[in-house]
Design a protein around this ligand. Structure first.
Ligand SMILES: Nc1ncnc2c1ncn2[C@@H]1O[C@H](COP(=O)(O)OP(=O)(O)OP(=O)(O)O)[C@@H](O)[C@H]1O
Length: 230
């Protein structure tokens, strides 16, 4: 999706929603870090000369693009690192990047994040306060062409998500991940639940009570949760 549509925000929500199950591949970029962005976490920040050299190495990058005068790229190594940790890899790329990756990996899932309108996108870019007026205008022009690509190539994407209300969009994103990766649902069902905790409490209370140190009222012990009775 276009710059400022909320890709980073929604990726964070997905990763929070399925703790440890999704990994974010770290892209390379020649753009300058924004305040608070850490090298190797937000991006691998490199200079133009280094990036151009690395792009010439066959198989080093899955995709690369020049966006707003800066080079961005996803290395094969970044994706492999995430997979080796047993995580589902999320790639945060623009439409140009997605088109290159799809030539190699048609088996990946492609999600287009759309703004409710170009006007709302403009508001968000301004509110984020990270761009100059000139950059905002360039990003809006690019956004219009990305939205046009989506409209003309709906089948390119496995799905589209309109990032309107953040709470609703996040919950739709989580539902979509559950439908794409059913193992996420299975793992949640396999996780220990409160019944295990209750049984442990019961066993502990019984042991303590047998020692005569604790008097548990019989009304509690007879409650249906305390299966063993007094
Ligand atoms: N649903 C939403 N409603 C209002 N504001 C939002 C919503 N989603 C994200 N934002 C805000 O919009 C701004 C842009 O979001 P974000 O940085 O996640 O976009 P992005 O698509 O990752 O942009 P870029 O590609 O430029 O990195 C941020 O300030 C974010 O807090």
């Amino acid at each position: 999706g276009p710059s400022g549509v909320g890709k980073g925000t929604l990726i964070a929500k997905i990763r929070e929603g399925f703790a440890g199950r999704f990994g974010f591949s770290v892209s390379h970029t020649t753009r300058k870090p924004r305040p608070g962005e850490v090298h190797g976490e937000a991006y691998n920040f490199v200079d133009m000369e280094t990036m151009q050299k690395e792009l010439k190495i066959p198989g080093r990058f899955l995709e690369h693009a020049t966006v707003h005068g800066n080079l961005y790229g996803t290395s094969q190594e970044a994706v492999e690192k995430v997979r080796q940790r047993g995580q589902i890899c999320i790639l945060d790329v623009d439409v140009q990047g997605a088109r290159q990756i799809k030539k190699i990996h048609s088996d990946f899932n492609y999600l287009f994040i759309a703004p409710p309108s170009v006007e709302s996108l403009e508001k968000r870019l301004r509110a984020r306060g990270t761009e100059t007026e000139e950059k905002i205008q360039t990003r809006l022009r690019n956004a219009r062409s990305e939205i046009d690509f989506y409209k003309e190539n709906v089948d390119f994407f496995n799905d589209v998500l309109v990032n309107d209300d953040l709470g609703l969009a996040s919950s739709r994103a989580l539902d979509l991940m559950r439908s794409w990766y059913p193992e996420l649902v299975q793992q949640a069902m396999d996780a220990p639940d409160e019944r295990v905790l209750l049984v442990s409490c019961f066993v502990m209370l019984r042991v303590v009570d047998l020692g005569g140190c604790l008097r548990i009222p019989t009304s509690i012990l007879r409650s249906p949760r305390f299966i063993g009775g007094p």
